[in-house]
Design a protein around this ligand. Structure first.
Ligand SMILES: [Zn+2]
Length: 258
């Protein structure tokens, strides 16, 4: 056995390398770290303890604590540390990034694709939301004609339209008569609906409000803009993403197959 670090003769260089390699952990094993996480609209980055994932700057994560349910982005990783884990909130999920393939058109604050290769609702869900183990009870869903909307409180309609303008409808997909959308609120909420013969039916949101909420308004207004103003046909299917999220993901070029 050779002592590492003191014998600098050329013959031993290879040996050092090999011994060092034996000390490196397998890459699949999570490496504990303290990470700084940035959240949209939150002024300063907060620190979290991570023991479950291999994290790098730019990774999207979910955390425990008051920002639970929000998707944050890792802005700094520190692996040299000594902490009491009880003092820290934790990284509880790593959001899986998807491929941005296909042809996309820029419409207002949206990017729209009519190809089959756009990210699927399942792919977007595992990017946008931590695992949801809640159970729901569903009543009668909303129904209305494409181009029309439904009755809701004025305040809620106003907030829903604001959500559209602020690009909070992160993703909206219609394929084979089934619609799925994700809207960024306190956390990312999922909206589901059916489309058939120019009618929207069985429209629900999974937010705690329960009834006709601002997320449903935001999705119906976006749907109307895409179908009525821009002429996309829900029968043919399309996928839209918020332009700001689209470009944020594009910046992660190293992990995206274009
Ligand atoms: Zn809602």
């Amino acid at each position: 056995m050779k002592t590492i670090g003191f014998d600098i003769s050329e013959n031993n260089v290879g040996t050092y390398t090999r011994e060092e390699k034996n000390c490196v952990k397998a890459p699949e094993e999570p490496k504990a770290s303290i990470v700084w996480v940035h959240f949209d609209g939150v002024e300063k980055d907060y620190r979290y303890y991570n023991s479950d994932f291999n994290l790098n700057v730019g990774d999207f994560v979910f955390v425990s604590g008051s920002l639970k349910g929000r998707r944050g982005i890792v802005s700094r990783v520190e692996t040299c540390f000594k902490i009491n884990p009880e003092d820290y909130e934790k990284v509880i999920g790593k959001s899986s990034l998807f491929n941005l393939k296909g042809h996309w058109e820029h419409m207002l604050n949206l990017m729209v694709s009519t190809g089959d290769d756009a990210p699927t609702p399942e792919e977007f869900r595992s990017f946008a939301k931590p695992v949801n183990d809640k159970e729901y009870v569903i009543g009668e869903g909303l129904s209305f004609e494409v181009g029309d909307t439904f009755d809701a409180d004025d305040k809620i309609v106003h907030r829903g339209i604001q959500y559209c303008n602020e690009g909070k409808v992160l993703y909206l997909d219609v394929r084979n008569g089934t619609g799925t959308a994700f809207v960024q609120g306190e956390t990312c909420y999922e909206v589901n609906f059916k489309v058939h013969d120019g009618m929207i039916s069985e429209m629900y949101c999974d937010c705690p409000y329960g009834g006709p909420c601002k997320h449903l308004v935001a999705v119906s207004v976006t749907l109307n803009a895409l179908c009525v103003d821009f002429g996309y046909n829900p029968e043919d299917g399309f996928t839209s993403m918020s332009a700001s999220l689209f470009y944020a993901i594009l910046q992660r070029r190293d992990s995206i197959d274009l």
